[in-house]
Ligand binder design. Structure first.
Ligand code: 2HG
Ligand code: ZN
Length: 463
């Protein structure tokens, strides 16, 4: 470590693990966006909260920027280190610290992988319900930093609903114990909730106490093929009225083509423009019959063209793969991503406007839509056409995103539903948050992190 700042860090923390080979800088300096060239100063892998706190103090004194880092599965560039920052990876802080049967909570370190959180809850007969395709790689700290959503939000809400307490090292180096796992706590500002979704710009989570719940009743998974876009929300309204939904997700024929090419199994013959994967409670015959009768009604109405109900767990997993495999199947093409939301009631009007906009603005690029339609959240992945240079493609996509942001603003929506603003959506924050709100956000950041060392340039431009 020839850099004097790193030499000083090692002098203060002789046991701290630091990495700085070219391969390590490259590996830890980027996330799933793959757009920026990684260029961190080094990677620090603290073993506990004391080391995190000492690193943050060192960074304040020497004015070194820190990029907090989890599983780096983010899609907005929130964990990218492209400007000589120290990557503070929480990967080694991945232990389960406590299970409390009375409180029904798990206390974990931030580097714990979401799948391991699920497993730990299940071992105690309980459920941690936030779930999405990156579960095997993403970390709970990153989920908290982005208020991650996913495929069960329709039933359980976002990460925000499931955090009972947080220990955080704030940007100013103070260790804060936020909400202490309390259910009721009417004692002023709830900094726990402020930290959730703050994208590493206010503090670094060093411990989280997660709420657990009862496992859901037995469920069934159905795949539906739909004739047109209007049918999406009609089927949703019908199913929500008649069934107890656990998930209601959609994707287009384009998305299907990519997952099938990537090894997933076709479940419905024929070509249809839209598909829905839904999961609902099917604990007894009454619920199972309700599902069949809802399906028949949708067929009669012409809202559904075909459908299949999984007959086994393996088949349910195969149906889910058609939806969950989309991101991975597109990843080699490095799509430009939008992750937008509107209120559920605004979805039909927004979808029509958006479809017209995308058809007009992307005459050549393939546009792949999918997402959590039951939450009003759409993912729009744009694939670079052959022959168009990367820079020109990004410029085109950013222009379209400006138009999309204006459309969202008219419909009262958000430019980031669940992936965060990071670097990718920074220029569009004003379409979702007012100038007064952004000024307050900057003010809050100033209080937590007066020297601006935590994730500068993410969420909004560095001062
Ligand atoms: C999903 O819903 C994720 O699968 C990823 O949020 C979305 O790749 C995307 O655009
Ligand atoms: Zn999603």
């Amino acid at each position: 470590m020839s850099d004097p700042r790193l030499a000083e860090l090692s002098r203060r923390l002789p046991a701290l693990r630091l990495l700085a080979t070219a391969a390590e800088l490259e590996h830890y300096g980027r996330d799933w966006t793959r757009r920026w060239t990684p260029a961190p100063l080094a990677i620090a892998l603290p073993a506990g909260a004391e080391e995190v706190q000492a690193i943050v103090r060192w960074a304040n004194e020497l004015r070194v920027a820190i990029v907090p880092s989890g599983g780096r599965t983010g899609l907005s560039g929130g964990a990218v280190a492209a400007n000589g920052e120290l990557v503070l990876s929480l990967q080694r802080m991945n232990r389960l610290l406590d299970f409390n049967a009375v409180d029904r909570t798990l206390t974990v370190q931030p580097g714990m992988v979401l799948q391991h959180v699920h497993d730990a809850a299940r071992e105690h007969g309980l459920l941690y319900p936030v779930d999405f395709a990156a579960r095997g790689s993403c970390s709970i700290g990153g989920n908290i930093a982005t208020n991650a959503g996913g495929i069960r939000v329709i039933r359980y809400g976002n990460t925000r609903e499931w955090i009972a307490g947080l220990k955080v090292v704030a940007g100013n180096g103070e260790l804060l114990d936020l909400n202490r796992g309390l259910i009721k706590n009417s004692s002023g500002y709830d900094f726990r909730q402020l930290l959730i979704g703050s994208e590493g710009t206010l503090g670094i989570v060093v411990e989280a106490t997660l709420k657990l719940t009862n496992p859901p009743p037995p469920s069934q998974v159905m795949l539906l093929a739909l004739p047109d876009m209007d049918a999406l929300m009609q089927v949703f309204a019908l199913f929500r009225a008649r069934l107890v939904l656990q998930a209601f997700e959609f994707f287009t024929d384009h998305a299907l083509r990519h997952v099938l090419a990537h090894g997933a199994q076709r479940a419905i013959d024929g070509d249809y423009p839209y598909y829905v994967v839904c999961e609902f409670d099917a604990a007894d015959e009454r619920q199972q019959e309700a599902a069949l009768s809802a399906f028949e009604r949708a067929l009669e109405q012409g809202w559904v063209s075909d459908g299949v109900i999984a007959q086994s767990e393996a088949q349910a997993a195969a149906l889910w793969r058609l939806r969950e495999g989309i991101t991975e199947s597109l990843a080699p093409r490095r799509p430009y991503k939008n992750d937008v939301s509107v209120r559920v009631s605004a979805v039909p009007a927004f979808l029509h406007e958006m479809q017209a906009l995308l058809a007009r603005e992307y005459p050549q690029a393939e546009v792949v839509w999918f997402g959590h339609i039951g939450d009003g959240n759409l993912h729009i992945n744009v694939l670079r056409p052959d022959g168009l240079a990367e820079d020109a493609f990004i410029a085109q996509c950013e222009h379209v995103t400006t138009l999309l942001a204006a459309t969202l603003q008219r419909h009262g929506g958000s430019i980031s539903a669940e992936h965060g603003i990071g670097l990718v959506k920074r220029a569009y924050l004003e379409s979702t948050r007012s100038a007064a709100e952004i000024a307050l956000m900057r003010g809050v950041r100033q209080v937590f992190d007066p020297n601006g060392i935590l994730n500068p340039g993410k969420l909004f431009a560095a001062d």
